[in-house]
Design a protein around this ligand. Structure first.
Ligand SMILES: Nc1ncnc2c1ncn2[C@@H]1O[C@H](COP(=O)(O)OP(=O)(O)OP(=O)(O)O)[C@@H](O)[C@H]1O
Ligand SMILES: Nc1ncnc2c1ncn2[C@@H]1O[C@H](COP(=O)(O)OP(=O)(O)OP(=O)(O)O)[C@@H](O)[C@H]1O
Ligand SMILES: [Mg+2]
Ligand SMILES: [Mg+2]
Lengths: 227, 227
């Protein structure tokens, strides 16, 4: 489904180049649940952003369903992302001028269905955000912003969820609720790439990828379990 | 040292008022290590911001060393904070136009000592940031930004550290390093108020405060252990 072929990403740093990804080869199958772990600064966010069509690799290809996504125009890539990928960003990236409900409905802007508003309200209810629907992001706690970012990624029933540390600011109960969501999404056939420092997803994941200084290795590699 | 007397904080929400703190009475002794826990949205950040002189309570007083800090002018309060409190914000709040080293040195702007730069470099080395000293925050990973925010709070040897979820974006090794820091600071006589969802500080803390819907209770309350 998503294949990183010999992907490297080099940033221009102030003290010389930073090689955030170093010749990464990783093939995520459709319907797989993969956990990505590694020390702070090891390249996890860069891996997710590259795999999701948001950050162009310096070298190598990202091929999704046979399509080399960085040969697309940025408009084509945006519509490809909108139709396929739900992204939970590590720093949320909510739109400050929209309220909670509007932020969750952003992915539907290009084609809203009648049922979207009710679905958004249901997602937010499950994430215990029903009494904050009209708040702006600045009127929310950090963990509440994180939950809005998660609801936004899930709304459009994407085929793939790329989640970057989605529970870093959540207490154990809220974190468990988020993981339940991701496992349900996966059981319904979705593909999940989850970056997390927590151990809670390990027993469920089919593969655990370790990133260290931009290089990957496999902490666990199993053929796809029938889920 | 820091005493919250009948403190309430009410925000104007979109769907009515939000009582983030509800008649909180909490007295933190000098040299104490207190952990604050509670569900997302329960009022932890508001408690820290109120105790630290940054958010004025709607009702009640915050008395530090006998001084009612919200009767001070905002300039007096700022210099009081600068001389006494090291703040680790949940969203870091680094200055985007300064590099890592400059951000850590911000607390010393009002009176830099010769030794500050070397101390800043030592703190950053211990937090494994030596090879990013000249990067801007936008050129860092999220956990790296968090570590810069921690170094900045520690630099001026404040008397009190107020840390809001300082390890949410860190892997276990980096998180352990931060906790080591806080315990060393405490052993040297510092006062620590640590908001965290993690359990790692529990055995060390002298008191564990639980916040639920703005109300506090004590999960553990001990007289000050000789540390
Ligand atoms: N500016 C604001 N306007 C309205 N409501 C607010 C504002 N800031 C915070 N709140 C509300 O006050 C409550 C407490 O917020 P606070 O940030 O203190 O929670 P928290 O315990 O730190 O949460 P988290 O663990 O998610 O960081 C939340 O329910 C939040 O929605
Ligand atoms: N714009 C940039 N310019 C220069 N270096 C960068 C830039 N963005 C990231 N980096 C560097 O690339 C490396 C990988 O960053 P990345 O954000 O992918 O790490 P991460 O594994 O997600 O870390 P964390 O767990 O702290 O979120 C880091 O060392 C960081 O300093
Ligand atoms: Mg990251
Ligand atoms: Mg908070």
């Amino acid at each position: 489904m998503i294949e990183l072929q010999n992907v490297s990403k080099v940033y221009a740093g102030q003290d010389g180049e930073v090689r955030a990804l170093d010749h990464v080869n990783l093939s995520i199958q459709r319907g797989e649940f993969v956990v990505i772990r590694g020390p702070s600064g090891s390249g996890k966010s860069t891996l997710l952003l590259t795999a999701g069509g948001l950050v162009r690799p310096t070298e190598g290809k990202v091929v999704v369903d046979g399509k080399d996504i960085y040969t697309l125009s940025s408009r084509e890539r945006a519509s490809f992302r909108g139709g396929n990928i739900g992204f939970v960003f590590q720093m949320f990236h909510l739109l400050p001028y929209l309220n909670v409900l509007e932020n969750v409905l952003v992915p539907t802007i290009s084609g809203a269905r009648k049922s979207d508003r009710t679905e958004a309200a249901e997602l937010l209810q499950r994430l215990k955000m029903s009494d904050r629907l009209h708040h702006r992001p600045s009127q929310l706690s950090t963990g509440q912003r994180q939950r809005v970012a998660i609801a936004r990624a899930l709304l459009n029933r994407p085929r793939v969820i790329l989640a970057d540390e989605p529970t870093g600011n959540l207490d154990p109960d809220n974190a468990a609720e988020v993981l339940d969501y991701l496992t349900e999404f996966h059981k319904a056939g979705g593909t999940v790439l989850l970056v997390t420092h927590e151990q809670y997803a390990d027993e469920y994941a089919q593969r655990i990828v370790l990133l260290q200084n931009g290089k990957i290795s496999f902490l666990r590699e199993e053929s796809l379990k029938p889920s």
